[in-house]
Design a protein around this ligand. Structure first.
Ligand SMILES: [Zn+2]
Ligand SMILES: [Zn+2]
Length: 363
């Protein structure tokens, strides 16, 4: 794994403040130890340290010129001094927007304050045609809830709960760590109580004393008409239960819309192709064209060329969140040249050719 601060954050050396911040948020969210799938405490600390430096123009300049070593010598990296990672207060702010303040550097108080439950991302696939109107869909969620057996206490009896001796109820312990910036004071979750600050004599059997359990539930969601592939919907308060009475987290529902073999979509507009014989194209014709609402008549004018595009007004998808507005359908007319002429057809065409002579040939 790279030690380069820019590489750690996945940005160019020229990244501006906003780019840095957004790259940092993304990386920190990915590696946050609370993140069950991609959490990685070591990387999480590294990206935090990298951001600490790069967000400060002065430190960044030193880093650019002399590298991490330069910061050490010049005392430019204040975060590694006696105050520990002072920047973790900033981190806390950033994290409150992702994890509801689940990240806390402040010891006992922080452990016990109400925090919002964790958010989760869930995805759902719907059919192309499902997007024509509001569609109710059931989705299955697996949020963390208070254990029903012990009501979140984690104990068989309330009198079984006492203060954790390892951390004196703080939920966190301090340790010194050697890093590239020198020795750093580091707080980590108490290994005895896993951050609860409590010691439980007879843990609740249903939740092993955690007080929380994942519960599967199904909810119905209305997917709005006209939704585009890849849209994310926020389902407020459907995520994990909050800690210490904090609000529930949210669910971010990513909606994937399957493609269709006849219709292509661009926003609310639909694109399709119809084939017509060259005689119909030359003489004009009325066709039945498939739309997402069923067949619709389309008149093509005499002399229509191959790949001429006709518009059927308001045959497209509903425009999302705009009641009664629809996109259009663009019909690409493909003129078919026959390659299996019967004798009679051939004779007629040859006669036609004589009449026509070389009127259509231009070089
Ligand atoms: Zn329980
Ligand atoms: Zn403890």
């Amino acid at each position: 794994m790279t030690e380069d601060f820019y590489e750690l954050l996945g940005v160019n050396k020229t990244a501006d403040e906003a780019e840095l911040k957004s790259a940092y948020k993304k990386a920190a969210r990915k590696f946050h130890p609370d993140n069950a799938e991609t959490g990685n405490e070591e990387l999480f600390k590294k990206v935090g340290a990298a951001y600490e430096v790069l967000k400060d123009p002065q430190k960044r300049q030193i880093y650019d010129q002399y590298g991490a070593e330069g910061l050490k010598g010049a005392g430019g990296f204040s975060g590694a001094g006696a105050e520990g990672f002072g920047g973790f207060e900033d981190l806390g702010d950033i994290f409150s927007s992702f994890f509801g303040g689940g990240f806390s550097g402040g010891g006992a108080k922080a452990q016990n304050r109400p925090t919002k439950g964790q958010d989760h991302e869930v995805s759902i696939q719907i059919d192309f045609m499902d997007a024509i109107e509001d569609k109710a869909k059931k989705i299955r969620l697996n949020p963390l809830d208070l254990c029903k057996s012990c009501n979140g206490k984690g104990a068989e009896n309330p009198s079984d709960v006492s203060t954790c001796g390892t951390c004196n109820g703080a939920g966190q312990v301090m340790s010194l760590q050697n890093t590239i910036f020198g020795q750093v004071r580091q707080t980590s979750t108490c290994p005895s109580c896993h951050g609860s600050g409590k010691f439980i004599k007879n843990p609740c059997k249903a939740c092993n004393g955690r007080g929380y359990k994942r519960e599967t539930k199904e909810i119905e969601v209305t997917i709005p008409a006209g939704i585009n592939d890849g849209t994310t919907m926020r389902l407020s308060g459907q995520g994990d239960v909050g800690k210490n009475g904090g609000p529930r987290g949210d669910i971010y529902l990513v909606v994937r819309v399957r493609s269709h073999d006849k219709f292509k979509r661009d926003g609310a507009d639909i694109y399709s192709t119809v084939k017509v014989g060259f005689a119909e194209a030359a003489l004009g014709h009325e066709l039945e064209v498939p739309t997402i609402y069923g067949e619709q008549k389309l008149k093509i004018k005499p002399g229509t060329q191959s790949h001429e595009v006709y518009t059927i007004k308001e045959a497209g998808m509903p425009v999302i969140n705009r009641k009664n507005r629809k996109g259009d359908q663009y019909v690409n007319v493909e003129v078919v040249i026959p390659n299996n002429l019967s004798k009679e057809e051939k004779k007629l065409l040859e006669e036609f050719q004589k009449l026509r002579r070389d009127k259509d040939i231009k070089v």
